[in-house]
Design a protein around this ligand. Structure first.
Ligand SMILES: C[S@@+](CC[C@H](N)C(=O)[O-])C[C@H]1O[C@@H](n2cnc3c(N)ncnc32)[C@H](O)[C@@H]1O
Length: 336
């Protein structure tokens, strides 16, 4: 039986629903070319597609990247099997503590805030600055990186715990790079799934994980035998959608336009790329600038949306540099 390795974190915009489509598309491409491909995922997030492709044995070399340093540091730690003992022990300690509090019907807000503030203290240093003796103290926030292995493991433990305890698994930081998502409503929490973590760790240990802009990753791609999956933050369907700011810099309209140009260049240079986004007019304008691209609408069910009427099935846009022949019917893809 094939393993089913799930993402180790909940992630907004997670692509679990598209994983069979992407794996079929990659199989199609590989059998057409009679070779395996290197895999690039420059907007990694929770990595649902990567874990699925590894389960199916479809990829060997993988280059993964995300712009969030706390997230990449987390993956670096869990990718090393030697760290897992301490990591699991500390996660289980937090799980036992929070489940005890939750069973007493308490909402452990102050205990959750203590975890968040410990996490932030690893990544942001507060410095008091007072210019003159009369002036009131002002604070400056400096971004720092965990230095010791112990600190890095603790940061990964806190990332894991906070992700499972916070509202909807969101990762959002304020202007000072401090995580600021409130606690969610849970009756019981499962902070870590040990068996799944061990599989994920093994898969990640064979991959290269970087923390930079997607642009740098793309610039460094030299060979042609690769497959790139681009899953950038969504272009909002409505102006009130507020799930598009994943990092402190956010990913704004101009960033999408720039990505549109980079995607077009990748396509013209003969790369194998699939890009996904919301299927709205703006996304189609930005990503469908060449009639040689293959664009499809695929219906996926969404659980995270800010409005009740936004729940249910919604159309996502898939743009591919190669034709998704044979799988159009299987996944009910509508050619755009
Ligand atoms: C839609 S999510 C990816 C979800 C992922 N496919 C999954 O299944 O979980 C987009 C990701 O892009 C990352 N990101 C945002 N701006 C970026 C940038 N300029 N370069 C690289 N990654 C970026 C975010 O941190 C976020 O994790």
């Amino acid at each position: 039986m094939t393993n089913i390795t799930k993402p180790t974190l909940k992630w907004v915009g997670g692509k679990t629903k598209l994983k069979y489509l992407i794996s079929d598309a990659l199989s199609l491409l590989q059998s057409k070319n009679n070779q395996t491909f290197d895999y690039y995922e420059p907007f990694f997030g929770g990595g649902s597609i990567f874990f699925h492709l590894k389960d199916l044995g479809l990829i060997d070399s993988a280059y993964l990247n995300d712009a969030i340093p706390q997230l990449v540091s987390y993956y670096e730690i869990i990718s090393d099997r030697k760290n897992l003992g301490t990591f699991i022990e500390q996660c289980e300690e937090i799980e036992v503590k929070f489940n005890k509090l939750l069973s007493q019907k308490e909402r452990p807000v102050s205990e959750y805030k203590a975890l968040v503030s410990e996490f932030n203290s690893i990544w942001v240093k507060e410095k008091i600055v007072s210019e003159t003796e009369e002036s009131t103290n002002q604070k400056k926030y400096i971004q720092i990186n965990p230095k010791t292995k112990k600190q890095k493991i603790r940061s990964a433990v806190l990332m894991q715990a906070i992700n499972k305890l916070c509202f909807n698994g969101m990762f959002r930081v304020n202007g000072n790079n401090q995580f600021n998502v409130p606690i969610g409503s849970y009756k019981k929490v499962n902070i870590v799934d040990t068996e799944n973590l061990i599989n994920a760790s093994l898969y990640l240990s064979n991959a290269q994980i970087t923390c930079s802009s997607y642009k740098e990753v793309i610039e460094n791609i030299k060979k042609k035998n690769h497959f790139i999956y681009l899953d950038p933050p969504y272009i909002p369907n409505s102006e009130t959608s507020n799930f598009t700011d994943y990092s402190s810099q956010g990913f704004k309209y101009k960033d999408h336009v720039e990505l549109g140009k980079i995607f077009l260049k990748l396509a013209e240079d003969g790369n194998n790329v699939i890009l996904s986004n919301n299927n709205n007019q703006l996304a189609r304008e930005i990503f469908l600038q060449n009639e040689k691209l293959y664009a499809y609408e695929v219906l996926v069910s969404k659980s995270i949306n800010s409005k009740k009427d936004g729940r249910g099935k919604i159309g996502e846009l898939l743009v591919s540099t190669f034709e998704l022949q044979n799988i159009e019917e299987k996944f009910d893809l509508k050619r755009i």
